[in-house]
Design a protein around this ligand. Structure first.
Ligand SMILES: O=P(O)(O)OC[C@H]1O[C@H](O)[C@H](O)[C@@H](O)[C@@H]1O
Length: 296
């Protein structure tokens, strides 16, 4: 059975390898587990809420229609950090393919968090497609504007928590030479480091990253994760480190930041404007690839 609907969550099992699975919570349409040959690829806090009481701390939370906290847009500025997609229960539309197992989820004002759609009163349809490949996990998003009269502006981001052995031996590659906005320093600069190493709180938005750059998480010389993006020009690299992790009630264990790094593909450097009747789509592909240091 390659797709099981268990009520609050859906489990995909690859037909060629029963130990490769993906589990999606309908709340937030959050992929909170991706096992490849039985090995978990995503980091999930031990204190993550999976009961719909708050966004999932880990996996791949979905960020829409705003990344972070907007302070300028009349409506977006009323929404909580990261918007309403991750704290709404999506409708499971069912299986679109059995091999590779592929399923779809939908969100609109009909089923989105009512308190939040009051604050952001626009008509929208989100369609998330999750595909479990033999050695990859692909998440596609389509954002539709069904209105015939009103445009809306939005950000989109896959807030992906990647599981690693040890942050001290890990680096992130192929972002050299990219302009970033450092959310901690509140400064923009070009990252001239050949690779990113993380030894403290890190919160950087890499902007307009060439789509041909394969972002790799490399653990002691071995690429453990490769992230390919389509139509997602920006990538946030985030690690809360000790103090911030200590301040998050749903972040456990408190030293769990040593086993995770967030690589978050999105469109966040500015707002996308979607005209009436138009749609926008993008995807994130997580897969295994040999080491590829690129100079783009
Ligand atoms: O705690 P959350 O609302 O899930 O946000 C967690 C993090 O998300 C992103 O990575 C932002 O760049 C960070 O500034 C933020 O702390």
């Amino acid at each position: 059975m390659s797709v099981q609907d268990l009520g609050d969550k859906v489990i995909l099992t690859h037909p060629d390898d029963k130990s490769s699975t993906a589990t999606i919570l309908k709340y937030g349409a959050t992929v909170f587990s991706w096992k490849l040959n039985g090995t978990e690829q995503l980091w999930l806090s031990d204190a993550a809420k999976l009961d719909g009481s708050r966004p999932v701390r880990g996996g791949i939370p979905l960020v829409f229609p705003v990344f972070g906290k907007n302070t300028t847009d009349e409506h977006l500025s009323k929404l909580p950090q990261h918007g309403l997609a991750r704290n709404s229960t999506w409708e499971f539309l069912g299986q679109t393919k059995s091999d590779p197992p592929t399923v779809q989820f939908a969100l609109s004002p009909d089923n989105a968090n009512k308190e939040l759609t009051k604050l952001w009163p626009f008509d929208f349809v989100l369609l998330l497609t999750v595909q479990l490949g033999r050695d990859y996990l692909k998440t596609d998003i389509e954002v539709q504007n069904p209105s015939t009269t009103r445009e809306f502006k939005f950000n989109w981001l896959f807030h992906t928590y990647l599981k690693i052995e040890d942050i001290e031996g890990t680096l992130v590659s192929n972002l050299v030479g990219v302009k970033l906005y450092d959310q901690l320093l509140k400064q923009s600069y070009i990252d001239k480091h050949p690779v990113i190493t993380i030894s403290d709180e890190t919160d950087c938005i890499y902007q307009n990253v060439d789509e041909n750059r394969l972002i790799q998480v490399v653990d002691r010389g071995q690429p453990v994760h490769t992230v390919k993006r389509h139509n997602l020009p920006d990538t946030v690299v985030w690690n809360p480190w000790t103090e911030k992790a200590g301040g998050m009630a749903d972040f456990e264990p408190k030293d769990g930041f040593l086993q995770m790094v967030c690589i978050e593909p999105g469109h966040v450097h500015d707002l996308i404007t979607l005209a009436p009747g138009q749609s926008w789509s993008a995807y994130q592909l997580l897969y295994k690839e040999q080491l590829k240091y690129q100079a783009i």
